[in-house]
Design a protein. Structure first.
Length: 639
């Protein structure tokens, strides 16, 4: 049949989206109720989601008889992708979703539309009848037309979360959001958000949506680990949604299944979660363990800073925390608890920062179970620990899949692997500007360690400090030791080299041992003390050493953050200086290894006045670097 124009000319177009996958036994009944709707100005969009039975041929028969039906065939992508395809194609002012194994009353669209126009609502809802072969029962039953504006009332009227159905309603198209793809239980993620963004919602009595209980439906067929995981995440999302919006949720809805362990296809261990408690139930009834789930301190305006590396890189955490504090956030820190004992934040005092004592396992469990609805964002200060440094997308796998990716920010200390493979992105954070294959990044340099002392040059003994091991057969150490020997041979005695790191005096000539003060590995607070007492920070990078070259191309060194943060001029090779903004006005530059001893002499002989000038120049640069980094981070967060 062809619909006459005079029947539709005064009515808005309404789009009905019908996902169809292997429903040859049901789709004809569904389409029959749609083409017989008393409301005629319809476009019926059937998305054939890669059906392998006769679904498409049945749909095509209807297409040949009714020009309001159009069919889109795509490779199987799941219900969310199918609905999104329909949304992208829809031209109507209003949209309804009808599943292809269900059906509706013939006046379904007309009565919903009339209720919307009469009340000025954004959504109209019909009753739902759950249909089984031998019985049928109301799942949701509306006996009066009633308008709701408060979110709590709309949630209760729709019986969310038990009935997060998308298909018993008519929506203004302007409300429609895309469905999250690649997950089951997508309706639990979609429906509450649409209800929240809507204005008025009206319930309409006397019309029904018939929901067929289909044992072969996507959700009911073939239980799988992904379905169980998606169910868990969806229920966690509901909990977060209710809490975020001040809604009341029953105690029963807090008790959710996290996972089920199977033995020979028999479920033998069910892991349940209730708020911050997890317990294991043997065969679903016998408790075998119970544990508390740790959660970091989260306030109204919290940004999390997480260092996933348990041993290194944590020295950058105070700097990133400081930027976030200056941007007005409460900062909650997640690092190896041992770093607190080692004095990582010993110079850092701020009432708006919280220090969490959680293990790496507990932290990862938190990020998996929480979609971070209450959190403003997360900075991961070593993103390379969450992936292989190439597949950047893998970083997101550490987090709950429902987490808004725009809240997640990753710091990379070496960009080369990802740049080489073409996976690098400009929104990734680096500590300095890259000088590698034209790659760009967001520079946020963390050189704040707290309330540190900016000390003048020592009067009698010039104190050079090096951070790292002094060991035999280590070429760059031979450079330092050889230069110290040259100074000794030339009669210099008014200096020493403080070594923070492993090492031994045994491999050193006896006459040189008094000029080395090996401290061993120090906790952060003691290291800060030693840096404050020092005059110059020694570096000894080699142009031919691949482990060093990246300090001037695709990465950086923690030494530079100490130079910036403590305003200690450094001894640095000319080829490594410009990209890190060092020159002879703020540091001491040497050209090659043969001139290293001369650089040390320059430091020894430097007057206190000249030293103070270099410190001032270094301070001025780090001040501008701080401002630039703060602005870069602000733009990144607000993008």
């Amino acid at each position: 049949m062809t619909v006459e124009n005079n029947l539709t000319q005064n009515l808005p177009l309404i789009s009905i989206i019908v996902p169809a996958y292997n429903v040859e036994n049901y789709v004809a009944a569904c389409l029959k109720t749609l083409i017989e709707q008393t409301y005629k100005n319809l476009e019926i969009i059937v998305i054939n989601d890669g059906s392998t039975d006769n679904t498409l041929s049945i749909v095509n028969e209807f297409v040949s008889k009714d020009n309001r039906i159009k069919v889109i065939t795509q490779a199987n992508g799941g219900l969310s992708k199918t609905r999104n395809t329909g949304i992208n194609s829809a031209k109507g002012e209003y949209i309804a979703f009808i599943d292809s194994d269900d059906w509706v009353d013939n006046n379904f669209i007309e009565k919903l539309y009339n209720a919307i126009k009469e009340t000025g609502s954004d959504i109209a809802c019909a009753s739902i009848i759950r249909y089984r072969e031998k019985s049928q029962k109301y799942r949701v039953h509306y006996t009066e037309q009633k308008v709701y504006t408060d979110l709590s009332d709309k949630i209760n009227a729709c019986r969310v979360p038990k009935c997060c159905y998308v298909w018993n309603k008519l929506y203004k198209k302007s409300l429609i959001q895309k469905f999250k793809e690649g997950v089951y239980f997508e309706d639990m993620l979609w429906t509450p958000e649409v209800l929240k963004t809507s204005g008025k919602m009206v319930t309409v009595p006397g019309i029904n949506y018939y929901y067929r209980v289909n044992k072969n439906s996507i959700v009911k067929k073939c239980p799988s680990a992904q379905k169980q995981q998606d169910s868990y995440y969806a229920k966690k999302y509901i909990i977060n949604f209710f809490e975020k919006n001040g809604l009341k949720l029953s105690e029963k809805d807090y008790n959710i299944t996290k996972s089920i362990k199977y033995l020979c296809n028999i479920p033998f261990l069910k892991i349940k979660e209730n708020k911050n408690t997890e317990k294991g139930l043997l065969f679903g009834v016998l408790p075998v363990y119970k544990k508390n789930l740790k959660t970091p301190v989260i306030k109204d305006n919290t940004f999390l800073v997480w260092e996933p590396c348990s041993k290194s890189h944590s020295e950058v955490v105070p700097g990133y925390a400081k930027y976030l504090l200056d941007l007005g956030y409460h900062v909650s820190v997640l690092v190896n608890p041992m770093h607190y004992k080692d004095g990582l934040f010993s110079r850092f005092k701020d009432e708006n920062i919280s220090y969490n004592k959680m293990s790496r396992k507990e932290i990862k469990e938190f990020f998996k179970r929480d979609s971070l609805e209450q959190v403003k964002g997360v900075i991961v200060t070593t993103g390379g620990k969450l992936c292989d440094k190439i597949r950047i997308e893998d970083c997101y796998k550490t987090f709950n899949p429902l987490t808004d990716r725009k809240k997640l920010f990753f710091v990379f200390h070496d960009a080369q692997p990802a740049v080489d493979e073409g996976t690098w992105r400009e929104d990734l954070i680096t500590l300095r500007k890259l000088d590698y294959k034209g790659a760009k990044s967001t520079v946020v340099n963390p050189h704040y360690f707290g309330d540190v002392k900016i000390t003048p040059k020592n009067d009698k003994i010039t104190n050079f400090i090096t951070i790292g091991a002094i060991q035999a057969k280590k070429k760059n150490n031979e450079l330092i030791v050889g230069s110290v020997k040259k100074l000794y041979d030339e009669g210099y005695r008014n200096f020493k080299v403080t070594v923070v790191g492993k090492g031994s005096l045994k491999h050193l000539p006896k006459e040189l041992r008094p000029y080395f003060d090996i401290k061993g590995r120090l906790p952060f607070d003691k290291m800060y003390d030693e840096i404050e007492k020092a005059d110059f920070l020694l570096t000894s990078y080699e142009d031919t050493n691949p482990n060093h070259v990246f300090y001037r191309t695709s990465g950086t060194s923690g030494n530079f953050q100490l130079v910036y943060g403590f305003c200690k001029p450094c001894i640095i090779k000319e080829s490594f200086a410009p990209v890190n903004n060092f020159d002879n006005t703020n540091s001491i530059i040497y050209i090659d290894d043969n001139s290293y001893a001369d650089a040390l002499k320059c430091g020894i002989e430097m007057s206190k006045e000249e030293y103070e000038n270099r410190q001032k120049n270094l301070y001025n640069y780090t001040k501008s670097l701080y401002t630039e980094s703060l602005n870069n981070l602000r733009r990144l967060i607000n993008a």
